[in-house]
Structures are given as C-alpha cells and as structure tokens.
Design a protein around this ligand. Structure first.
Ligand code: HPA
Length: 236
C-alpha cells in the first residue's frame, strides 16, 4: 500500500531520508533526469513532480515545492511527518540585497528572517529565529571548500510578497545585513525545527535588487550546476 496525503500520493515508492527541494517541479524532473540513477517517480498530484533515485549509490529524492511559504509549508510538513524525511535541502534562487554579491553567487541561508506570520501557529512567548541545520550547513561548506566554490553564508529574507507596495521595505532588510530575498526557507526551517529534523536552504543569485541586473536562462543553468554539485553531496 502506498502512502497518501492530500498532496502527495506515493504508490509503494519510498521517499528517501534526504530530499532536494527546488521550487519548480520541472526543476525536480531535470535533477532526476540529469543527476540521479535508478529513478522512479513518486508524485504527480497537482503536477508537483517528485522522484526517488540514487546519487553515487546513495538514496536521494527530489520534489518541487511550489512558490511561497504556504506551499513549501504543506509539502515539507507532509514529507517530514508522514513520509519520515530527515534531511530537506531547498535548492532555489534569490534576489541579492548586498553590493558585495554578484549574479550567480551561491548563498547558504544560515538564518531565514521573514515577514510571514507562519510562526504564529506555535504561540511562542517571543520571536522565533528560523535557522538552517548546522549538520547540513557544515557539510555543505566543507564540500564547497573542497571544490573551490565560493559561497556566502548568512541571513536571508523569506518574504510573503514578491510585488511589495512598500518601496522602502527591502532597504530596511538590507540595513540588517540580509544577503538575499526568496519566499520559502523560513517555513521550511520552522517545520524542520518543530519536528526535530534537518533543513538547509541553498540559493543562487538570479537577480540583484540594487543593480537591477538579471540572469539569462543559460547563465542560470551554469550557476545551478554548481549549486547542485554541493546539494547532491548531502545525501547520506
Ligand atoms: N524576490 C523574491 N523571491 C525571489 C527573487 C526576488 O527578487 N528572486 C528569486 N526569488
């Protein structure tokens, strides 16, 4: 018997303890097709494609999350609490928020600040700081160092808003040293923290909020390859 949730139906196909999570389900398919061996598809509900395979002999899964914290919140919660996933690695893109960053740079999100209300469900008597797993972060940094891939490690912003009516909002986060903006990591980190499992968000810079530069699809692919080299090594 397969396992079923409202959003993931895996017909007798195991989801590995380590999963890579791109936002775009077609990215998940690309990763499965190009990097994994012995691949089987475990999900197609809402076209949120998910696959399990091996990388260098180690079992690993990959699945899209969709955009935004409600979407990654649903998928990561089910992967963790129903399917027993232990290591969740988001592989995404972000808009750079500091001058010293360039297009295609790689960022490891040590922390994920947020304007989202996601943490309110925990009824904490204070403010929660969503952070990446030290185990995954340390391992990822070692892999990057071994391969001479430069990475930036620090705080990012997980925003609920792509088209923000408040034109001053970004500059306020920039003053706090936020490296880049994306829309998913904070919810992923909170779900992982609540369940006692590991999560890390790795990003490539796809656009720059200060210089307004944008990447081309070809250039994005090259940057993506470097990020994938690191993320795939996190399979256990
Ligand atoms: N804003 C929010 N999310 C993003 C961006 C951005 O500029 N770039 C890539 N993901």
């Amino acid at each position: 018997m397969g396992k079923y949730t409202p959003h993931i139906k895996s017909e007798n196909i195991k989801i590995a303890e380590t999963i890579l999570l791109p936002g775009d389900p077609l990215r998940a398919k690309y990763i499965a097709d190009n990097y994994l061996e012995d691949v089987v598809q475990f999900n197609a509900v809402r076209n949120m494609l998910g696959y399990t395979g091996t990388y260098k002999g180690k079992e690993i899964s990959v699945m899209g999350t969709g955009m935004g914290m409600p979407s990654i919140g649903i998928y990561s919660w089910e992967l963790i609490n129903v399917f027993g996933v232990k290591n969740l690695i988001r592989v995404g893109s972000c808009g750079a928020m500091q001058k010293h960053l360039n297009l295609y740079d790689i960022i490891f999100a040590m922390g994920a600040s947020t304007n989202s209300n996601y943490a309110s469900q925990y009824n904490l008597p204070g403010t929660f700081a969503p952070i990446g797993s030290w185990k995954l972060l340390d391992k990822a940094k070692k892999v990057a160092d071994e391969r001479n891939i430069e990475v930036h490690v620090g705080n990012i912003l997980s925003s609920d808003i792509f088209y923000n009516d408040d034109s001053e909002a970004a500059s306020k986060w920039m003053k706090m040293g936020i490296l880049g903006v994306e829309m998913e990591a904070a919810a992923l980190y909170m779900n992982a923290a609540r369940a006692g499992v590991n999560a890390l968000c790795i990003l490539t810079v796809s656009d720059h909020l200060l210089t307004k530069e944008e990447t081309t699809p070809e250039e994005r692919q090259t940057a993506f390859t470097k990020m994938m080299e690191i993320a795939l090594e996190l399979a256990e």
